[in-house]
Design a protein around this ligand. Structure first.
Ligand SMILES: NC(=O)c1ccc[n+]([C@@H]2O[C@H](COP(=O)([O-])OP(=O)(O)OC[C@H]3O[C@@H](n4cnc5c(N)ncnc54)[C@H](O)[C@@H]3O)[C@@H](O)[C@H]2O)c1
Length: 255
């Protein structure tokens, strides 16, 4: 019988207070994860609830509150991991933002911010965690792209571009780090029922909303937990010979 187990393993994750990141953390907890460092910009009752939920499942949780696109914040998160457990088995880059806007109404500041949170944070965590993983001789990295990174998307010019950058970065790192037994993959979710989508879809008319759902062959949004299972598969030993892969989690939506 196969068993997906993360027993004794440690994960550094960005963006896990709510939504997909929280589901990823809880899914890993169900697989017996030992410790987790969560880097998130949000610190409120929701953050505490997530922390308590994970702790009640036996996971040792450390919070690093800050912007994942800050080099100092990421260095601090790596330090917390090393000080507590002396290793980083899994890096899960989930933090991301998206805003509905067109080319002409996207400012340079908005562009830079989205690129920093989505793409630079992924670069920074990979840069610092891979140093440690190289010394360990193992590691598994899962990044979060999007179907928008493949199709260009409909959200904003910055969003699809940042998510396409994550695909390139994932493949680059997979090629460079394979020799150290470090696997690097990404998920590319479609439409997943989280605050991000609820906010982006809040201005749609019922007809526009129906059209969006009709474009998904499985005729429904994905649940965050369904993305969590995909991340667990890639992060765990079940994906032991998979690296440089972009796994669509879209209910067959391809455009
Ligand atoms: N929901 C979808 O349909 C969908 C589709 C494709 C890809 N994605 C990607 O999945 C990831 C998670 O999205 P979600 O839908 O759960 O979003 P969400 O808005 O529900 O959650 C995002 C999480 O990231 C955190 N975060 C935001 N900015 C941060 C920053 N600067 N530093 C640290 N943490 C930060 C938030 O506090 C929150 O915990 C994102 O990268 C997103 O682009 C989502």
């Amino acid at each position: 019988m196969f068993e997906i187990s993360l027993k004794g393993q440690v994960c550094l994750i960005t963006g896990a207070t709510r939504g997909i990141g929280k589901a990823v953390a809880l899914t890993m907890a169900k697989a017996d994860l030992m410790g987790i460092v969560i880097v998130d910009i949000q610190k409120d009752a929701v953050t505490e609830e997530t922390q308590k939920e994970l702790q009640s499942m036996g996971v040792d949780v450390k919070l690093v509150i800050g912007d994942a696109s800050s080099e100092e914040v990421i260095k601090e998160a790596v330090k917390v991991c090393m000080d507590n457990w002396g290793k980083i088995d899994i890096l899960a880059n989930i933090a991301g933002v998206s805003y509905m806007r067109n080319l002409e109404d996207t400012t340079v500041e908005q562009w830079d911010k989205v690129m920093a949170i989505n793409l630079r944070s992924t670069f920074l965590t990979m840069k610092y965690c891979s140093e440690i993983m190289k010394k360990q001789g193992y590691g598994s990295i899962v990044n979060t792209s999007s179907i928008a990174g493949i199709t260009g998307g409909n959200t904003g010019p910055d969003y699809g571009a940042s998510k396409a950058g994550i695909i390139a970065l994932t493949k680059f790192a997979a090629k460079k780090l394979g020799q150290y037994n470090i696997r690097v993959n990404a998920i590319a979710p479609g439409t997943i029922a989280t605050d991000m989508i609820r906010r982006n879809y809040s201005t749609l008319t019922p007809e526009q909303y129906e059209k969006k759902m009709a474009a998904i062959p499985m005729k429904r949004m994905g649940e965050p937990e369904e993305v969590g299972k995909a991340v667990l598969f890639l992060a765990s030993d079940m994906g032991s010979y998979i690296s440089g892969e972009i796994l669509d989690v879209t209910g067959a939506r391809m455009s």
